[in-house]
Design a protein. Sequence first.
Length: 191
Amino acid sequence: VRGDLYEEVFDYLHQKLFELEGRKTLEYLTDNRKLDKDILKNTEFCTWTSVPDIRDHLRKEFPKALRDIATLSLNGHNGDIYECAIPYRTRKGIITGFVKRSIKPGGEPLYNPDRTPKLDNNGNPEYSRYDSTTGLSKADLFNLHNINKKPTLLIVEGYPDAAYYIKAGIDNIVAVGQAKLSSSHIYSLQA
């Protein structure tokens, strides 16, 4: 994975969060989640535009990297349907992909490959609130690159909480995501 490409994706989409294209995502973060707009400017929250838009931007910025841009993982299992994104970084700060979140309270409807709605065991439509770019490595705790060997950690479940509160003054916060603390997370604390 070319970290420079993901860094450019982050810079581009973070800037868009505060422009017209990111209005719905920013309203979700400030109105629904009650996050402060000024603090958000210093976080890594992004608005997710579309894969074609992102690839077009990358081709303009990196005209000699067309093959890498064409193969860069930008979609997850559920395609290109989420509006909010946060880069996932290794303990060394290298972006390995993006965690994406729906701004709809119930999440996004899921579809089978033939575009029919996915149904649960009771015949009800399935929804998903999160997805991540294919190939994203979550071996390290989310936000670990910001911690700098603090003597104590505040471990939360949600990526958005860790992404926001680190910039709101809680300098030792990390997230596990989906409430799964793994052995690789424990190992990353010792490394």
